[in-house]
Design a protein around this ligand. Structure first.
Ligand SMILES: [Zn+2]
Length: 373
């Protein structure tokens, strides 16, 4: 008899019927106080060499149903190496078919980055003399919101990730970014740090991540729709980050996300904010072009439509920061599916490629730091 559980950090699945391994029926749970759902992450035990057919019955009611077309589920025996398995979507249920080679396996929407792993990573970089660690404040569930600062140059660069807790690619991405920042032999980084001070919040939504949410924090707030109207009692994560930005000022902002539907990496600007100028456009285009030449996984053809002039939602971090500090601010979106410009059949878009994109962003930041004002 197989056993299925989500009773761990970042887990999310509801078992409807697991009595027949060729017709396992599951559902994804919603974000507690909000209706969003799409993130799933569960463990199957007692399953070696057994042919499993698992259907997520409520896939069509999820937050982004187009995310399921052309999508393949990730699986892992050790939560380190993640590979893709056969997945189909009939417009209603998402069906995963796989025969595990080992007795215990994890299935997830994307290579999972639970808060346990996050804490382990933070502890490995905290001792680095190249970074200063601090805590911005506490989340509603009482978790420390970690913050790192490095460099002593005049330009102020803010990099944040994982406002949306079910977008685990953002954590792999910022892990690559931070690893590169703590490399003592990287001369380009050393030069960047003479020109700029970098402020980094590696995980904005720790409570949502731990609870297995897709999009919201413990109070059911979508943090990336809470920048203009943030409150300490409902969205302390944004409240404290915004407070720190008000102290430091901002010349550059980059926010790491994942997009459910689009099979590519792309950048979104604050175009559509009331104060948008040609200068904003030029800085954004230059960053995009440099990232295009630096990263084999990046592209500039597929992306979000831009908001009409003056109509951008100022509760979105990128728009809020661009408008408030009149600076280059961007959202980086990574795929759950694969990067169509450079597909990889076994792992598709993967932790290693996220980390590489983080390093590539750092390289581009070093090239544009002189032109931020
Ligand atoms: Zn997002």
């Amino acid at each position: 008899m197989i056993r299925i559980s989500d009773d761990f950090d970042h887990g999310n699945i509801h078992c409807v019927d697991t009595s027949d391994q060729s017709n396992i029926q599951l559902e994804i749970k919603s974000d507690g106080k909000a209706d969003f759902f799409q993130w799933f992450f569960f463990r199957v035990e007692g399953c070696a060499d057994q042919s499993l057919k698992m259907s997520i019955l409520n896939a069509h009611k999820s937050s982004y149903p187009p995310g399921w077309s052309g999508y393949r589920t990730v699986a892992s025996y050790d939560q380190e190496y993640w590979f893709r398995v056969d997945t189909s979507y009939d417009g209603k249920a998402l069906t995963i078919e796989h025969t595990p080679e080992q007795d215990t396996i994890y299935y997830a929407y994307f290579a999972a980055y639970p808060t346990v792993r996050y804490r382990e990573f933070i502890e490995t970089i905290k001792p680095s003399p190249l970074l200063t660690h601090d805590v911005l404040g506490k989340t509603l569930d009482g978790q420390d919101i970690d913050y790192f600062r490095t460099g002593d140059g005049p330009r102020v660069m803010w990099i944040i990730a994982r406002q949306h807790p079910g977008e685990d690619m953002a954590s792999w991405w910022i892990e690559g970014f931070l690893r590169q920042l703590t490399d003592p032999n990287d001369e380009m980084v050393a030069e960047l740090k003479q020109k700029a001070t970098l402020h980094i919040v590696p995980c904005m939504n720790l409570d949502g991540a731990k609870r297995g949410h897709l999009r919201t924090n413990a109070a059911g707030i979508d943090l990336n729709r809470a920048w203009q109207n943030t409150t300490e009692d409902k969205s302390p994560e944004v409240f404290f980050a915004r407070e720190a930005m008000q102290k430091s000022g901002v010349d550059f902002f980059l926010d790491g996300h994942g997009d459910e539907a689009l099979p590519n990496n792309f950048l979104d600007s604050g175009k559509g904010i009331p104060s948008w100028t040609d200068q904003h456009e030029k800085r954004f285009d230059r960053y995009s072009e440099l990232l295009l030449t630096t990263s084999k996984d990046f592209q500039t053809v597929v992306g979000y439509p831009t908001a009409a002039p003056g109509k951008a939602n100022l509760n979105i971090a990128t728009n809020y920061v661009a408008e408030t500090w009149d600076c280059l601010a961007m959202t980086l979106e990574m795929p759950f599916k694969d990067a169509d410009v450079n597909p990889e059949p076994t792992q598709a878009w993967s932790p290693e490629r996220c980390r590489q994109l983080g390093k590539d962003n750092l390289k581009v930041m070093a090239q544009i730091v002189d032109d931020l004002r």
